[in-house]
Write a protein that binds this ligand. Structure first.
Ligand SMILES: [Mn+2]
Length: 293
């Protein structure tokens, strides 16, 4: 792809006018499985030059500029300590850009992303593409396994939460019951295989139809492990990567979607560049969806 127009050509400085913003949140502390997902923002930026701009499926070339706000400074911070700086970075970006791409870091970055949209939780929706409910209990403090529980405790109603891609033998009965009791829309991998990804995404958007702003959490462990080895939680039997890309594009096309995050990518887990190329194409799918608005 050397010499071809590519995603890196769309990156501009934080002070420049752009419809899309990008923030890195290299949060690695507090993970249930310790790892190096703090390396993901840097690796993603390095890989953007390998993703072209022209989409043969639509005959269109991506053109939306992305203002890079750099990484939130988080060295050594706990999730509790990192929450306010990430929240504030999201709020600042949302004031400037129609869509903000938040590159984690572990899945704990999703809570400050939701809080950054003004804190009016009854009007904010959350759609997760995730193998897990992220509904672990809060007794031991915040982790990458409980951002959804924490948001519900903050006051986010389950009527505003849709969860797509839940995997068998990767969640507890208590989490499943908790999600249903809260009123979350729960769509499992078998549902998606039976009904198709378009139906699943439509169900999620219907569930949050009353919300004025929406955060989409893309925990890439939702993708089948054979197609995304670089996430500690990814397992066989996960979402086809083509379905993941289609879901991301369609969700990004909804103007109410103000933040899309990419979490749980741990680059050293994948010695090939498969996971990096998948993460970088996520940026292209977000832009392609945005340009359908
Ligand atoms: Mn997760």
């Amino acid at each position: 792809m050397a010499g071809w127009p590519n995603l890196s050509d769309l990156m501009v400085g934080a002070g420049e006018d752009a419809p899309v913003g990008l923030i890195g949140a290299p949060l690695g502390t507090g993970s249930v499985t310790p790892g190096r997902c703090d390396q993901a923002p840097r690796r993603l930026r390095e890989t953007l030059r390998r993703i072209g701009l022209y989409d043969v499926e639509t005959g269109r070339e991506l053109a939306s500029r992305i203002a890079d706000h750099g990484d939130v400074e988080l060295p050594g911070l706990t999730i509790e300590q990192a929450t306010a700086p990430i929240r504030d970075a999201i709020a600042a970006s949302a004031a400037l850009h129609a869509l903000t791409l938040l590159v984690g870091g572990n899945n704990a970055v999703t809570r400050p992303a939701v809080l950054g949209l003004g804190g009016a939780l009854p009007s904010v929706g959350l759609i997760t593409l995730d193998a897990h409910f992220d509904m672990r209990d809060l007794d031991g403090g915040l982790s990458n396994g409980n951002p959804v529980s924490a948001l519900i405790a903050d006051g986010l109603p389950g009527a505003n939460i849709a969860q797509l891609g839940l995997a068998s033998f990767a969640n507890s009965e208590a989490m499943h019951r908790g999600a249903l009791a809260a009123g979350n829309r729960v769509v499992t991998m078998a549902d998606i295989r039976r009904d198709g990804i378009d139906t699943a995404v439509g169900q999620a958007l219907d569930h949050v139809a009353h919300c004025s702003a929406v955060v989409v959490d893309c925990d890439i462990d939702v993708i089948d492990r054979s197609q995304l080895p670089g996430a500690p939680g990814a397992r066989p039997g996960g979402m086809a990567v083509s379905d993941f890309f289609a879901a991301v594009r369609r969700l990004a096309s909804d103007p109410r979607v103000r933040v899309m995050d990419l979490t749980e990518w741990d680059p050293p887990l994948d010695p090939t560049d498969l996971s990096a190329l998948t993460a970088a194409r996520w940026v292209a799918e977000c832009l392609a969806g945005y340009e359908l608005r």
